[in-house]
Design a protein around this ligand. Structure first.
Ligand SMILES: C[S@@+](CC[C@H](N)C(=O)[O-])C[C@H]1O[C@@H](n2cnc3c(N)ncnc32)[C@H](O)[C@@H]1O
Length: 235
């Protein structure tokens, strides 16, 4: 863990996205407004400022696409502000016995969000077959030990459980990270083996090499971002 990021700096991980920004499908009006604001929301402004202007932020796009896919007890790796699980728990707040409340956020940095902090993801501190869903949202590129992290994912997933990954492509990611003055990697040490984006072929190969055979892939944010859902074989 690095010592220079003990809690969330001001420009990033600010507040929760407003509820309207998580509504899917978006209204035609929202789609039009988002299209007009594409340079602002995709490049120039941090999420919370985009939301103030009623643009759908990139974090809202990720959350809106991933939240409906969560099932059972979840582990969110590279959880940042832990917003995904906070929203998952809020969605299931009427049922205190729901496994959402036994879900865990994990990170190598302590962003002040009640995550389990680990040195890396080579070994995950969880039992075999103990999660229904494991997520890598906008982070597998930042995890140099991604091969071991996926092997650990396979170990801790229950039979029939799923791994969810979102990732931008290599070229757009490299351009974006050069411009995104507000992104979290500007607030911590960056490992030399981190990548700034990963193409579909790279993600699919990693999943297949780990033994995930049932893989679904779809695009979002004009196909610049991709959602991958892969299932562990049922026993
Ligand atoms: C772009 S942020 C994504 C945060 C969150 N998942 C989201 O969608 O807003 C990338 C996250 O990966 C975390 N990270 C970096 N290296 C990591 C590693 N080796 N293992 C796990 N998480 C890591 C960072 O601390 C950061 O919280």
């Amino acid at each position: 863990m690095n010592s220079n990021a003990q809690k969330a700096p001001k420009e990033m991980f600010v507040g929760a996205p407003p509820e309207w920004s998580l509504n899917q499908p978006k209204s035609l009006l929202q789609q039009g407004w988002d299209f007009l604001g594409a340079p602002l929301r995709m490049v120039l402004l941090p999420d919370h400022l985009n939301e103030k202007m009623h643009f759908t932020s990139l974090r809202a796009e990720r959350l809106a696409n991933v939240l409906p896919q969560l099932e059972g007890r979840c582990l969110d790796i590279g959880a940042g502000d832990n917003m995904l699980l906070k929203l998952y728990q809020k969605k299931n707040s009427d049922d205190k016995a729901h496994p959402a409340h036994q879900s865990v956020g994990l990170d190598v940095e302590d962003w002040g969000s009640n995550c389990t902090i680990v040195e890396n993801c080579k070994k995950l501190p969880f039992d075999d077959n103990s999660f229904d869903t494991v997520c890598f949202i906008a982070c597998i590129n930042h995890i140099p030990e991604r091969v071991e992290a996926l092997q650990e994912t396979m170990r801790i997933l229950k039979p029939g459980g799923k791994v969810i990954i979102t990732m931008i492509g290599k070229v757009i990611g490299e351009i974006g990270h050069a411009i995104w003055w507000y992104s979290e990697d500007k607030h911590r040490d960056v490992h030399e083996e981190e990548l700034m984006g990963m193409n579909s072929s790279h993600i699919i190969k990693l999943l297949k090499d780990t033994g995930f055979n049932d893989i679904d892939e779809q695009g979002f944010v004009y196909n610049l971002n991709r959602l991958y859902i892969a299932k562990k074989d049922a026993a």
